[in-house]
Write a protein that binds this ligand. Structure first.
Ligand code: APR
Length: 254
């Protein structure tokens, strides 16, 4: 454990009064959810995630894009939170002024016990009308998608009958304003920010750790790879979240 977590990181966490935990796809990787930079398989093999996650892609081929999100919703429902998500919830329980800010559209933080993660990029579980934004019900039952995925025509809006779209933020779209503002406010008033499992490439989300650093917080990064956030971090913990985060919690408090 000592090799995973230097005492400097444990001390920063133990002494923190307000922690922001900023997460990306890497925290769900060990639950079996592929990250965005992983190659896709099955029906999605010819695409990269960024090409499917745009308003233009949905406009051109709604069944392809809706099918992809239904496949992802099915996957998210089948997998379980891992020890990394659980360690995040343990930090929140231990440090009451903590806030989880996630770029993930799965619900693994909630299922691990995080009470109210801020979802900067929306959720797989809140579809809405693509024209009038009226909230739409989720299709009945769990998303029962074949392993290779399939095209699926989106349902029509109950109010205006336009196609329903996933409640996520696509490339080129604005983040939900109030959520982003809350995240910036939390980052500017925390004393420690943990950035976990994110490539730090997608803006404006990637500003969150930088805001914290600018306002004087310490920054600890957990990622097996180097990222553009390396220079922002006071401590870089190079390892998988499901090992490093529990070790960090253990080193801070036990
Ligand atoms: N533990 C911690 N980090 C990991 C692990 C792991 N087990 N496995 C992979 N990683 C790291 C990778 O090294 C990479 O830096 O997770 C990061 C995943 O990067 P991305 O796939 O780019 O995911 P993310 O940063 O969340 O992407 C941001 O981009 O596609 C859009 O809207 C989408 O929210 C997403 C945003």
């Amino acid at each position: 454990m000592g090799d995973l977590v230097p005492s400097e990181a444990a001390t920063l966490l133990r002494q923190a009064r307000r922690v922001v935990i900023f997460t990306g796809a890497g925290i769900s990787a060990e639950s079996g959810v592929p990250t965005f930079r992983d190659a896709l398989t099955g029906l999605w093999e010819r695409f990269d995630a960024a090409a499917l996650a745009t308003p233009e892609a949905f406009q051109d081929d709604p069944a392809l894009v809706w099918g992809w999100y239904e496949w992802r919703r099915g996957l998210a429902q089948r997998v379980r939170p891992n020890a990394g998500h659980e360690a995040v919830a343990a930090i929140e329980a231990r440090v009451p002024g903590s806030v989880v800010v996630t770029q993930n559209v799965d619900d693994l933080h909630e299922r691990a016990g995080s009470p109210a993660p801020l979802h900067l990029h929306g959720s797989l579980f809140t579809p809405r009308c693509s024209a009038c934004a009226h909230p739409a019900p989720l299709p009945d039952g769990p998303a029962d998608e074949p392993a290779d995925g399939r095209r699926a025509t989106p349902p029509g809006c109950a109010r205006c009958s336009a196609p329903v779209r996933p409640g996520v933020v696509w490339f080129g779209e604005a983040l939900p304003e109030a959520v982003f503002e809350s995240a910036v406010e939390a980052a500017s008033s925390c004393d420690l920010l943990l950035t976990v499992g994110t490539s730090g490439l997608v803006y404006p989300a990637a500003e969150i750790p930088q805001v914290a650093a600018r306002f004087g917080a310490a920054v600890i990064q957990v990622n097996p790879q180097e990222t553009p956030l390396d220079p922002v971090a006071d401590v870089n913990l190079r390892g998988p979240a499901a090992r490093v985060l529990p070790a960090l919690v253990e080193a801070a408090w036990h």
